[in-house]
Design a protein around this ligand. Sequence first.
Ligand code: AMP
Length: 241
Amino acid sequence: MVSQVVATSREKVCKTGPIVLLGAPGAGKGTQARKITEAYHIPQISTGDLLRENVAKGTSLGLAAKAVMDRGELVPDQLVCDMVAKRLLEPDCAQGFILDGFPRTVAQAEWLDNFLNGKLFEGHPCKRMPPIVIDIAVGYNQLLRRLTGRRSCPTCGRIYNIYLQSPRVPDVCDAEGTKLVQRKDDTEEVISERLKTYERQTLPLLEYYRTKGRLQTLDGDRDPDQVAAQTLQAIEHGHRL
Ligand code: AMP
């Protein structure tokens, strides 16, 4: 796998380098990641999605992660970092990639810095490129509305919000006609735990990246297209930091 990346990457130039999207659960990281993918054609790597896929397939990682995720806590760093390492060495990451939901602890951020500068990444076009770090800041009440109202289509993955962006027919996907579902960890009890976990374990990351002069913070309370315009500007600006 590693040699495959090296072979592919020789002909490729890194477009954006690594992009790290930070923000509380419900801040809109996934939405912004999809907009960056459209603009730059680089993959979105959502650790939450990867873990949910593992849970659905019943892999050993999924079995280890499920109970922790159901409680709204964080999966152990080592498990998540190994999963991310494997994903970043896939050929589609050669021109850059968006990390959505990773890192989430200072230990994960340190691991990422070491990985990007380390042996396994040797020959990768994005090697040694410091990540562009964008924090999407959203007020607490808005986060709660976004998370408790979030529903998704199990067929096409489209995301709705029963308060902010409802489907034409209640609880039914506009495109597929499928009944919408709520994520298991989007219930009020688990949401409150996820937000506490964010404050305790992920907020210190802002200081980590601020000290390195990499942090850019956006106003994520605005509508998604306005946030996207700020996000794309931050990516351009991030290259000059
Ligand atoms: P998300 O979809 O990003 O809200 O993630 C859903 C759940 O997956 C989180 O509440 C955590 O249990 C787990 N998770 C996702 N990303 C990470 C990470 N970087 N480190 C540890 N756990 C994670």
